[in-house]
Design a protein around this ligand. Structure first.
Ligand code: SAM
Length: 275
């Protein structure tokens, strides 16, 4: 947890109230490893442990999909197995990570700097790409990765540290992002909308957080067009996965007050840019 991010972090229950530092037990080179923040309004305390701020405490996953993501073997395997292959398999064309990450960072306009948040970051793939692109551009900025799953965030932190990338990781819900209104220049999300639970509440948070010239870039999976694909997606729905059609996705954006600026679809993979 980069100490520079502290003034920007708010209470998930009082989202316009900045958390204050209760104590810092261990910090190395401006990175807080262990400590505790507190909400001055409701007095709730939030621990920082192994460099990760936990705003959720004891909270049960809301679906089977979310439960799978809190299992340590799933967190360990995610970027080592499925993730590099995912878009090539789901788009029906060669879609290596380099192509996806170049697209995300370019669409996000990382060279504008500021606060950049990867929502539902898992192992931190987009967060790392944002921070690498920010460094290359020379822009000032802070990158944050948010996820429900502590094991995912632990893996994300290890990966970021191995690459010497300064990224802050926070355990929080996409439906209650711990930042004040209008503070984010960049929001990204890679595939998490499909398992996020309340889609509308998560997108309302994007609307709330986006700064006047902020930009949201989302990769999500749409409803399959063929019957076998649809049947498989219906089966996955038992575990809490949702696959909105393109129309439904765009209605979600509009209802949240997000303006769709651009959109591309490759197979069931959809990239959307919203403001
Ligand atoms: C498909 S994975 C994300 C993959 C990652 N964004 C990437 O591009 O590699 C979905 C992630 O979203 C997280 N997640 C699901 N629902 C969430 C919610 N309501 N709030 C925050 N994170 C959530 C899960 O824990 C999981 O790590």
């Amino acid at each position: 947890m980069d100490h520079n991010i502290l003034p920007l972090i708010t209470c998930p229950r009082h989202r316009e109230t900045a958390l204050t530092v209760e104590r810092i037990d261990r910090a190395v080179d401006g990175i807080i490893e262990t400590g505790r923040l507190r909400c001055p309004q409701c007095a709730t305390g939030y621990p920082i442990s192994a460099g990760i701020l936990d705003l959720l405490g004891q909270q049960w996953p809301g679906s089977i999909a979310q439960f799978v993501n809190v299992l340590p073997p799933a967190a360990w395997a995610y970027e080592r197995t499925w993730r590099p292959l995912a878009l090539s398999m789901l788009s029906g064309e060669q879609f290596p990570l380099e192509r996806e990450l170049a697209l995300i960072t370019e669409l996000a306009g990382v060279d504008r700097g500021g606060l950049m948040i990867d929502v539902g970051c898992s192992n931190g793939l987009y967060a790392r790409a944002l921070e690498q692109a920010r460094r290359r551009s020379g822009a000032d900025g802070l990158v944050v990765g948010i996820d429900l799953s502590l094991p995912m965030l632990q893996e994300a932190r290890q990966r970021a540290r191995r690459e010497d990338l300064r990224i802050s990781f926070i355990r929080a819900s996409a439906q209650a992002l711990p930042f004040a209104t209008g503070t984010a220049n960049v929001l990204v999300m890679g595939g998490s909308l499909n398992e996020i639970g309340d889609i509308q509440a998560a997108l309302a948070e994007w609307r709330r957080l986006l700064a006047p010239r902020g930009r949201g870039v989302m990769m999500s999976l749409a409803a399959a067009s063929n019957p076998s694909g649809r049947a498989f997606q219906q089966f996955l729905g038992i575990g809490g996965l949702q696959f909105p059609t393109l129309d439904e996705l765009n209605q979600h954006f509009a209802r949240a007050g997000l303006h769709l600026r651009a959109q591309w679809q490759y197979g069931i993979v959809v990239f959307s840019v919203v403001q």
